[in-house]
Design a protein around this ligand. Sequence first.
Ligand code: NAP
Length: 642
Amino acid sequence: MTEQPSSLGTASDEFLEAMLRDAELPSLMPALAYLTGDLELVADDVRPVSNGPTVVLAPQGGLTPDQQHLARRRALAALARFRDGGCLAAAPPTSLEAQRALLSFMTGPVDDRYLPMLGFELGLPDDVDAPDWQASALGPGRSFRVAIIGAGMSGLAMAFRLQQAGVDFVVFERNDDVGGVWLENRYPGCRLDTSNFCYSYSFLQRDDWPHQYSLGSEIREYFQEASDKLGLRERVRFRTEVTAARFDETAGEWEVTVTSADGGAESLRFGAVISAVGQLNTPSFPDIPGREQFAGRSFHSARWDESVDLSGLRVGVIGSGASAYQVVPSIGGSVGSLHLFQRTPPWTVPTPNYHAGLAPGLEWLFAHVPYYHRWFRFYQFWTSVEGRRDFAAVDPEWTKPGSVSAKNEALRQTLTAHLLAEYEGRPDLQEKMIPPYPPYGKRMLRDNGAWARTLTQDNTELVTERIERITPSGVLTADGVEHELDVLIYCTGFRAFDFLAGVEVTGRGGADLHEQWGSEPCAYLGITVPNFPNLFCLYGPNTNLVVNGSIVMFSECAVHYVLESVRLLLATGHRAMELLPEVLASYQFRVDEANALMAWGVAGVDNWYKGPSGRVTQNWPLSTLEYWELTRRPDEEHYEFL
Ligand code: NAP
């Protein structure tokens, strides 16, 4: 190809035609219609056909080659007209009909209730959640400072919105940089297994992602750049750990105790405390006897020991969840021998482009066609919104083991066929690789063949015998074999249910948050808790997503609810708001009931979504739309105001 033009204005038809070969058409057509005002571009004859419930997205929305040709021709003509007209964007279409036409082109017919949520996710024409109020105007003279615990994905979003509204805040972060889990997880092969076009803020969308599934370093840099670009870094107190928070009933304020890197403790006062500590920050080690006796090097995947050179060594990995699934293929080629201790095999969704860079044409179009990347992001988001929920929903009449409904069983068959094909010629592995639990009982992993390639290498041993104990020289399994190792890596997950671990939280009447929660944390919408006025949680209990939507979007929803709560406090002059226990009780009953009817909630399926009692403490089981609607603003009737 000849030299790339620096702008759309100087691109020739031939060049545009070449770029369009890499375009993703289901999102390109509405993007161009929005840009040019020509709604004919979202015509039925090029409408994606497979935007309904699906696990594996059909390429180009299932358009036939002829339809794709037609769409590209129209797109080229639209781009040429736009270029020749001086690259002037049309006024954003504001009518309901136009919005419906653009969005439903990608989504298929949807209830109008979805439109505000979809507009928010798209971020066009405006950032819907940007506050239209200022603290100084609502509560003149009132000092209301907020403490945010954690500068990861949720904490930064909260900080940004508070900053926009002019609410004073401090972020406390125990690490020396922002990024949360993406800072802490530095194991080889770490990358997003959700499209980064969804795993990014609606208010800070990027047109230059190098991959669709970002490397860990890329998503870490995204959060680091976000904190710089949005002016948040200077509001973060790094290497400062919150150790306690106590609600002072007389003053109606929180007294927060922090410990700095030099060990000095300090007590500070805040109007509200916002926990943004996430769910996956406390490594979980298995309760296997002898762990302390291992004489080699050992560490958890989330605390990777970069001083250990694994080349040529005998390396054991315990676990076969999302972390192991990325670690194992990345180290398999360089270690002397790899011993994978797998208790339960994972279900995997075929994703051939998992590690691929973006196609050059698509990259160029994102950079030069205004807003196209937003529509692409939107399509990624939409196809994972409510569409996949049905695959995980339990049919109470269904009795076949290994699945929870006819739809879940059909998915099981498809995924089983995929796994059997991957281990063709290795009946020993085929037998061990089909999960006994229903698809979506645990997190589904993305598969581009790398896991199977590593497991079939000569230097890899798959061990499925139960681990009896860890010895000074390795791992002893129940069949009496001692697997000798130099290094042992724990890919054994996190104590997810242990929200706010390490922080003593005392509410009204001396209530202790950890005692109140025990091993069954619950919060209304994952956000507010009775007895703890003005304590708000982000990505709190029951807000993790398995099949529908994006956790960044969910965090933004919670951020919005918290911001609206702060607005309410400032506007009414109340010092604090406390959730009524009966509101939590009826909400939690509904959530628990719904979780029990999802593949991850059924008895006999173990996963990190359940606490030790077996109740699902982590996941949101209802629709994405419902969470969006419930988090638009706090209902004053749900709270006692102090
Ligand atoms: P995990 O999914 O909880 O997996 C833990 C693994 O350790 C499981 O295979 C488990 O086996 C095994 N295990 C635990 N105790 C054991 C024992 N005593 N003996 C043998 N095996 C044992 O943890 P994770 O892989 O760290 O992933 C946690 C979550 O983090 C993911 O679900 C995902 O949400 C997130 N994550 C995301 C990404 C990404 O986006 N790219 C990457 C990594 C993690 P059983 O299944 O039999 O219990």
